[in-house]
Design a protein around this ligand. Sequence first.
Ligand code: PMT
Length: 400
Amino acid sequence: MNEFQGKRIVLGVTGGVAAYKAAELARLLVKAGADVDVALTAAGAQFVGAATFQALTGRRVWQALWDERMDSGMAHIDLTRGAAAMLVAPATADFLAKLAHGAADDLLSTLCLARDCPLLVAPAMNRQMWNNPATQRNVVQLRADGVSILGPAHGEQACGEVGDGRMLEAAELLDDLYAFLQPKLLAGKRVLLTAGPTYEALDPVRGLTNSSSGKMGFSLARACVEAGAEVTLVAGPVSLVTPRGVRRINVQSALQMRETVMQALPGQHVFIGVAAVADYRPRRAAEHKIKKDASSLTLELEANPDILAEVATMPDAPFCVGFAAESRDLATYAESKRVAKKLDLVVGNLVQDGLGGNTNAVTLFDAAGAHTLPLADKSEVAHGIVAHIAVLMEKQHGQH
Ligand code: PMT
């Protein structure tokens, strides 16, 4: 994945034990395509040396205010020019205090003051230091100054105490920084999604299900959060990690999924049905394990409710997006689903392209026609779908 391709990030590292996570973050950023310029304070260098960051980023590391390597001799000004963002991780209590007061007595603090790009900080400190009124005052001030605070997390600390103040993990910081940089196309919107398969029990140990992995739905939930939406995800049985910032409700059967969706629906602006909901369920689930005492077994199935169709035909229905998974004649089937279920948008995909794997190729069917998004990683496809939803909602808004 090249989520940060073409982006330059200035990574500030101050003196906390969590500096070791900053090394991992630098590695992840580079892997995601970013150019990473590290600005290391003297205390930061006590924990992780410049050579480590230089090796991980393939670029020189900046430490001194009087560094002469920058042509202009003004590293404190030039380093943030053209950068997509500046992230200080870890940010110690002392560094937050300096930032809040506009102190500029070393390269990193001067860079922060002279920056012309967004600033994010990931606090890392002992719980008492974090909860100290002075630190909390500084954090309030920094937020008011437009600085984004990532974390901190709750948990076991290097000193052995347990509480708030742990720096977020490198992968979490990568996700948060990526989300921060996305256009807020769905700001102020509430989005409800379904994802994954459903499981229709036959007896206590067996059931009917399908091979939906949930990846498409989870990627879309994440893309919606990154676009600024408040997201609720009703997930069938899958073992995926919940995307950061998403409220997840786990369900098993289509009936549970329907009930959960109906409960969560009031106030939602958008509903997206990505789940591969079982069309039928056993008429009766056996209370005890079915025994192999006959040469054949007949299952009686009954239809499950169509959740999407029910939502789309409600008075005051939200903006409704359906998915159509087909094995052939995608355009015909997907377009007929859009019309039959009265949907604002149908995302059509061939099962051979989209089921189970990490990539998908989709065609978006709306009232104006069909728009194809090429085969790509599901997270990239998800961003394409979100962008299209935002355009359609904007158009609808303009018409009312
Ligand atoms: O999970 P992945 O492995 O990443 O795979 C992704 C996917 C292929 C499952 C996904 O991209 C997809 O196409 N999901 C919809 C699959 C499907 O069941 O399509 P359908 O044609 O049966 O249903 C059409 C629409 O109605 C879907 O939005 C579905 O969520 C909804 N539906 C269907 C039946 C039902 N009882 N209730 C519903 O809400």
